[in-house]
Design a protein around this ligand. Sequence first.
Ligand SMILES: Cc1cc2nc3c(=O)[nH]c(=O)nc-3n(C[C@H](O)[C@H](O)[C@H](O)COP(=O)(O)OP(=O)(O)OC[C@H]3O[C@@H](n4cnc5c(N)ncnc54)[C@H](O)[C@@H]3O)c2cc1C
Length: 429
Amino acid sequence: MNRVNRRHFIQLLGGAGVLASSFGLTACSKQPTASGRVVIIGGGFGGATCAKYLQRFDPDLDITLVEPKQKFITCPFSNLVLGGMREIDSISHSYQAHEQRGIKVIHAMASEIDPAGKKVTLNNGSKLEYDRLVVSPGIDFRWEDVEGMSEADVENLPHAWNGGPQTTVLRKQLTAMPDGGTVIIAPPANPFRCPPGPYERASMIANYLKKNKPKSKVLILDAKTKFSKQPLFMQGWDQLYGDMIEWVSGDAGGRVSRVDVAGRGVYNELGESFSANVVNFIPPQKAGKIAHDAGLVDNTGWCPVDQRTFESTLHPDIHVIGDASLAGAMPKSGFAANSQGKVCAAAIVSALHNTTMPEPSYVNTCYSLVGPDYGISVAAVYRYSGDQGIYKVDGSGGVSPADADAEFRRKEARYTRGWYASITSDTWG
Ligand SMILES: Cc1cc2nc3c(=O)[nH]c(=O)nc-3n(C[C@H](O)[C@H](O)[C@H](O)COP(=O)(O)OP(=O)(O)OC[C@H]3O[C@@H](n4cnc5c(N)ncnc54)[C@H](O)[C@@H]3O)c2cc1C
């Protein structure tokens, strides 16, 4: 990071003076030996950002990023792949830039964490010692709460809620379905990864169907009674797709109680059955498996942390960021995970240098495409207080105006693409 960029980021954290002087951020601060060993589990939005910014804040750290995938395929913009607007390659990102910075990238799974011995065991048998560990494993699914479907059925009924091959399988199912067919999307109850994601998915699928199979329907059977940016989505659906998308609230029979894999359908809690050509059941969620195995979760299934530093409240010297963490008012989003990765990097460097962590500020914007030239957004700035944890700053951000004209929506669609380019470059570039 050049000095100007460093200054910008330090300002974002709200502690320019403290951070700059305490981290020794200038090039002449190079030490002959590593100033600490940090291992990061997970090279997604949270982990890859944290690794990059740790190296920027203290180039003398010994940083190891553990991630099984050679290339990370993002969930953001995977809905555009489903709608035929992007190719999967264009949402795939390598770790080359991390390696070029001197971050060790090991393509393996972390299979065990020993918090007392401060060691991580990998599935290739090797062990890594750490002074600080960052865990950003994303989500896992509560299959134990799903009736009629298990993880073994995802080839048939892909949830496509972890970017990757399932996105391609779901896309193939959409292209193979006949005109006049039905797509069911069944989003889970809160909290879950990317609150507006299922509704952007419905939009991108409808956009594809309108052009290619205009007699088809998208039926959203929702576990919830309301959803993120709901009035904006519904307004856009009316304008762009007429009655192609139908949303059924949880209270009106939307709550799915059983999946019928063989019959390609679902039952709601009233016992009514719905069948479709494509069923996209999105299972309820919890923190990634390694967080459970390592005893980092509480009875919510997510990881409690000190929301100022993201250090686990259950195991010292282990930080949990991203979707797996309980991060107060912040949603489970890639932008939030990226923001948390930076705050966490600052907290770790502060701790290793025995200096005071400045008061952090966090940010999130969730753009969604309703159509190729129709974007909507919700944004917020967050701060931390001892009483409330991470809270939304009053008056910050907000949602796109309801009465915006076509030009405004077109500009927001352009900002959506700009956002994707900049966040992925900030995370993996
Ligand atoms: C359809 C969809 C659309 C979305 N759109 C947006 C959007 O527009 N904007 C936005 O901000 N967010 C969006 N999101 C949300 C975003 O994808 C997540 O919030 C974000 O990926 C969370 O980052 P993370 O680091 O917690 O997890 P991830 O990014 O999922 O990264 C976790 C990584 O950890 C690795 N891992 C797991 N276990 C281990 C282990 N034991 N050892 C080593 N590595 C491990 C995994 O391989 C993975 O690469 C969307 C999500 C979906 C599903």
